[in-house]
Ligand binder design. Sequence first.
Ligand SMILES: [Zn+2]
Length: 324
Amino acid sequence: MTTWDKLLVTLMCHLFNVCGLIHHFQLDMVKLHRFLGMVQEDYHSQNPYHNAVHAADVTQAMYCYLKEPKLAEQLSPLDVFLGLMAAAAHDVDHPGVNQPFLIKTRHHLASLYQNTSVLESHHWRSTVGMLRESGLLSHLPAAMSQDMEQQLGSLILATDISRQNEFLLTFREHLDNQDLDLQLASHRHFMLQIALKCADICNPCRVWELSKQWSERVCEEFYRQGDLEKKFDLEVSPLCNQQADSVPAIQIGFISYIVEPLFEEWHRFTEPSLLSQAMMGHLHKNKAHWSHLRYTHTNSDTQAHSNSEEAEPEGRDGEEGDIP
Ligand SMILES: [Zn+2]
């Protein structure tokens, strides 16, 4: 047990209170605590990255994004409820390895979900299981709780990084055409998906000291997977080879190909927003910081192994990895 052991429960109860959700949905506090306790416990504290602190971090970011004036004015209590729930539960029971690993080791989850959004489907189905077991929504009409479960699924499944381009292009198109109508439930749902995707990958938009720790943690998780793959004589997955994939190289690829394109559009959507402006500032500074570190890393590497044929680790496009 650590000081983090009730972090997610405390944060969620606080946010639910602040947003008036307990009153609005007439939630039973005992059931709410039971549900959140189960979610918190199902995160693996031994994962360097995909643990309950990441869930709390994403939930905190999600709350801030839902407060953006452009969005906040239009959101219903149901939207806010689903947004926060999806953020808190989006990585629950994450095994600390990515989908390609589950597929090549013939993990039962890969066959259960037919090699498609394996982890995200598992996070969603686990959440639904805990919702039903806790009875948190049992006082609501069946049609309503079913709709909530489906919407949670659609939000959590949107965090699958392999679907990044699909969401980015649709978002960009809406902004170009200026045709987002947040009176429409379907458009609000789309914006919840985008907000959750942003929250999930917002680490590089935080101050350097914090951002750096998350970067090191996610790479540590990749390297652990790489070590497992070596141990079982499997091909080492992209970004998982500690000798070839340096933290700065991984981060520069991740920022350039995944984080920056999405946050540029988010910035355009929220404008004028001080928060988005600050996040873009951090993002650019952090990227420059990693570039500098990669340069010094490569230089000292070259000096140390001047005869080595080892090439400079290239920034991969990041899409092959499963960063969030
Ligand atoms: Zn995540």
